[in-house]
Design a protein around this ligand. Structure first.
Ligand SMILES: NC(=O)C1=CN([C@@H]2O[C@H](COP(=O)(O)OP(=O)(O)OC[C@H]3O[C@@H](n4cnc5c(N)ncnc54)[C@H](OP(=O)(O)O)[C@@H]3O)[C@@H](O)[C@H]2O)C=CC1
Ligand SMILES: O=C(O)[C@@H]1CCC=N1
Length: 281
């Protein structure tokens, strides 16, 4: 991986991707540039922290990122996209590849800031890229070459699984994999709380809960069995598991998850509207 890669915005997602890149490719830090808007607090900026931790190149502005990089990750919140795109639009050339990670932001919205063809790859990763177990969806626009797409797929493949998909289902990807780690953490916390209420020490409870979720996910991915078949294997007739499932279903377990995913997708679409303002700037 000998591509110059820049990050505009160095929060959670950029940190996860930078860490993955530096871990997977020897000497990669020399090819990575980072910038974050100046911090208002009297502490080291997030970009400076990344520079200190991984020895990546610290730049003074978003324009410097554009000048120093071929692949530009826009790792800012969706409502900041218009501001950043306005700032960099004149300096983007036909050589650059813009990689979006933003929920809800369409390729057309990004292209709309330019009066010339620009290369855009829309992606939706998730934070498990931190531990090499990410799930990333990728959609290129028509100007991206096969080599450029391969490079970006390779970047995310080094941190987990990647699927190239049509943009039509991109707005739904936060619901299923971009945001869903947060549902799963909440599920693990709930399992652990339940364990504590049943007398299991808290530190043990988190381990039992997390390993059960991890193992179950691995079974789905590796056994080639339908999740329903795996579920049936756990449920002994007149046993304890079916009693637990009965309570979950009576309380709308699946329906609640599906409704949550619809709310997530609705919000992702809202976030992607350039005129939409959130209270977070
Ligand atoms: N978090 C997640 O799990 C996932 C997030 N995403 C997407 O990733 C993107 C970033 O999310 P996340 O990393 O969580 O958000 P963060 O708030 O952690 O990071 C965004 C960073 O952008 C910085 N920033 C804001 N404005 C500017 C600017 N004008 N120039 C340079 N930097 C700026 C912020 O600075 P500061 O806060 O210091 O002011 C912050 O450090 C979003 O679009 C989100 O939809 C996608 C998949 C998963
Ligand atoms: O909460 C959010 O908007 C982002 C998108 C996917 C995960 N986090």
């Amino acid at each position: 991986m000998k591509q110059r890669i820049g990050f505009i915005g160095t929060g959670n997602m950029a940190t996860a991707i930078v860490q993955g890149l530096v871990k997977d490719y020897v000497g990669m830090e020399n090819y990575i540039s980072v910038n974050n808007r100046p911090t208002t607090q009297d502490k080291m900026s997030k970009a400076e922290s990344l520079h200190k931790k991984f020895n990546v190149n610290l730049e003074a502005s978003n324009l410097d990122i554009v000048k120093k990089s071929k692949i530009i990750f826009l790792t800012v919140k969706p409502n900041i996209y218009p501001k950043v795109l306005e700032e960099i639009r004149e300096f983007i050339t036909s050589e650059h590849v813009i990689v979006s990670v933003a929920a809800g932001v369409s390729i057309a919205l990004i292209e709309g800031f330019f009066d010339k063809p620009v290369k855009v790859i829309r992606t939706m990763p998730n934070t498990p890229v931190f531990v090499g177990e990410g799930m990333t969806a990728v959609t290129p626009n028509n100007y991206v070459t096969d080599d450029e797409l391969r490079t970006v797929v390779e970047i995310f493949s080094s941190m987990g699984e990647v699927e190239i998909i049509g943009e039509g289902i991109m707005d739904a990807i936060p619901a299923i994999s971009g945001s869903s780690p947060a549902y799963v953490y909440t599920f693990i916390e709930a399992l652990a709380d339940g364990g504590v209420s049943l007398g299991i020490p808290r530190d043990k409870a988190y381990k039992f809960a997390a390993q059960a979720v991890y193992g179950a996910a691995k079974m789905v991915l590796e056994s080639n069995e339908h999740p329903g078949v795996l579920k049936d294997q756990v449920c002994s007739p007149a046993g304890s598991t079916i009693e637990a499932l009965y309570v979950l279903e009576k309380n709308g377990f699946r329906g609640t998850i599906i409704e949550a995913m619809k709310a997530c997708t609705h919000r992702a679409k809202e976030l992607g509207l350039s005129e939409h303002k959130t209270h977070i700037e």
